[in-house]
Design a protein around this ligand. Structure first.
Ligand code: PEP
Length: 252
């Protein structure tokens, strides 16, 4: 049975003190009412060690939002996968469209990051998804497949077990526009088919595929109700504990 996951992506939001306050609120909320899914919060690098320590005995796992494509050395300002792992974080989000677009992260660079993350014992939430123009041209399947082929389909079957896919249509991220549950299900089923072609039916069935893009408490139940949607990667709505909890509750 594949894992159901609700993962937050704080992006470049929250000072350390604000992040600690949010993580504490979430921890207390979920201690009082156990979630029916795995819960992950993706925080900026500087929060990782403190938040990981704070959430050590909780049901919440911690993720970085990025890591370097180099192992170590003279790369000023970069943070390696080994450093992320040493904070206690379990996951790293890679391939987010904001990283691809604003920081020129190519499929080759992402492939290096994925390899280093896995080699250092992190699990990877790997994001894929098309632009609005690509959707208008009905290219969403080709785009998703190419992004998988470019950065993760070289992995071994053993490595694949540590990959979570997040389908995030770029036109739905932070825009308030959500893919309909039918649109999302259609492409999730296609992504699972692509995974089956490379890793076999069982591995595809075991792969968690998240939806991301203006997901909120009001639309999460319908999205998560689809057979190939295994949860969500949540940006804006992960920044307030009640909003995030509302999405987690969609699994009830
Ligand atoms: C994201 O950036 O991963 C995301 C899904 O953002 P939002 O929920 O704000 O659309």
């Amino acid at each position: 049975m594949r894992k159901k996951i609700v993962a937050g992506n704080w992006k470049m939001n929250k000072t350390l003190q604000e992040g600690v306050a949010l993580a504490t609120e979430l921890k207390n909320t979920l201690a009082a009412e156990k979630p029916n899914c795995e819960v992950i919060i993706g925080t900026p690098f500087i929060h990782l060690a403190t938040v990981s320590e704070l959430l050590k005995d909780s049901v919440i796992a911690v993720s970085a939002e990025n890591c370097a494509n180099k192992e170590s050395g003279a790369y000023t300002g970069e943070v390696s996968a080994a450093m992320v792992k040493s904070t206690g974080a379990e996951y790293v989000i890679l391939g987010h469209s904001e990283r691809r677009e604003y920081y020129n992260e190519t499929p080759e660079i992402l492939k290096e990051k994925v390899d280093l993350a896995l080699a250092n014992g992190l699990k990877v939430i790997f994001c894929i998804g098309e632009t609005e123009q690509e959707r208008d041209n009905n290219q969403q399947e080709a785009v998703c497949k190419a992004e998988l082929q470019g950065s993760v389909f070289h992995l071994t079957a053993e490595q694949w077990k540590n990959i979570v896919i997040a389908y995030e249509p770029i036109w739905a991220i932070g825009t308030g526009k959500t893919a309909t549950a039918e649109q999302a299900e259609e492409i999730h089923a296609y992504i699972r088919k692509c995974v089956a072609e490379v890793y076999g039916a069982q591995a595809a069935d075991d792969t968690t595929i998240l939806y991301g893009g203006s997901c909120k408490a009001s639309n999460a139940p319908e999205l998560f109700g689809k057979p190939d949607i295994d949860g969500g990667l949540i940006g804006g709505a992960s920044l307030k504990a009640p909003d995030f909890k509302g999405i987690i509750d969609a699994w009830k």
